[in-house]
Design a protein around this ligand. Structure first.
Ligand code: NAD
Length: 269
């Protein structure tokens, strides 16, 4: 267990924290000293298990079920977090879904579900967090910043993705949402940044790694030669949430084993 506690006395809220990347991030924030709100939309037992892991580091953990695409549920969640933890210093906008379809067959329902959770969900949670950051301001003994937001994007904020137009559009939207918030709020000492994961081994993309053939095909897209793990993203999130990255504002950190390096050109195109 690491003794380095860069997030001591800070309060974090992680959306979609009972699975995959969000689970890894929530546990790592707890390990770094933060109290954590574990948000999820289904899977009570998994959420409780993440909270137990966080408490083992001596931190407080709240479990809160809420659909991030619903304004009333998001505002209630932040209301509870502030009343029980005192404030929120860190938001990790992580919740995300895929509803894949060929473009010609894509229903409005699939389009709206993905935009609603992935993009509107990040807007709603960011707005609630920013209102709290502005109310409280900087507390120098806690952090140089009044608050930190990390937007979980994807390499598909840059790489178009056939059969996934709704998902790629949501991630492209997150890029400019993140950058616009960062530009507007930096003067208030609020730092907003993004993480763009490559292929990370989680339930969202199981079909891309759960057979030897699928994994072999996937690895042709990853110069570094291995699939990513939630811990790879969690370490980046801890850094972006801490004062160690205090001068990092409006940046997307690609954590992708080189997936965005056009690996198809590595053998001379
Ligand atoms: P996952 O399916 O394991 O986890 C998704 C989480 O989001 C779950 O906890 C789920 O409960 C939660 N969630 C879904 N809908 C929600 C809603 N309406 N309200 C609240 N929570 C909701 O997937 P993951 O791979 O851990 O994905 C996490 C994030 O990382 C997503 O934004 C995803 O787009 C992004 N990402 C993942 C990969 C990857 O390779 N796994 C790559 C790039 C980006």
């Amino acid at each position: 267990m690491s003794d380095y506690k860069p997030l001591a006395h800070q309060k974090a809220l992680v959306t979609g924290a009972n699975s995959g990347i969000g689970e890894g991030v929530a546990i790592a924030l707890g390990q770094a000293g933060a109290d954590v709100v574990v948000n999820y939309v289904e899977g009570d037992d998994a959420a409780a298990a993440v909270a137990d892991r966080i408490r083992q580091f001596g931190c407080n953990a709240l479990v809160h079920k809420a659909d991030v695409s619903r304004e009333d549920e998001v505002d209630d969640m932040f209301g509870r977090a502030v009343s029980e933890l005192g404030t929120i210093d860190i938001l990790v906008n992580n919740a995300g879904i895929q509803r894949d379809s060929d473009f010609a067959d894509m229903t409005v329902e699939k389009w709206n579900q993905v935009i609603g959770v992935n993009l509107t969900g990040q807007f709603l949670c960011s707005r609630a967090a920013i209102r709290e950051f502005l109310r409280r301001g900087v507390v120098p003994s806690i952090s140089h910043a009044a608050g930190k937001i990390i937007c979980m994007s994807s390499v598909h904020q840059a790489i178009p993705w056939a059969g996934h137009a709704n998902y790629a559009t949501s991630k492209g939207g997150i890029k400019l949402l993140m950058e616009s918030m960062a530009q507007e709020l930096a003067p208030k000492r609020i730092r907003v940044n993004g993480i763009a994961p490559g292929a990370i081994q989680t339930p969202i993309n199981a079909s891309a790694w759960n057979t030897p053939d699928a994994l072999k095909r996937l690895l042709t897209l990853i110069p570094y030669g291995r699939i990513g793990l939630p811990e790879d993203i969690a370490r980046a999130a801890v850094w972006l949430a801490s004062d160690d990255s205090d001068y990092v504002v409006g940046t997307t950190l690609f954590v992708d084993g080189g997936m965005t390096l056009y690996p198809g050109f590595s053998t001379n195109g």
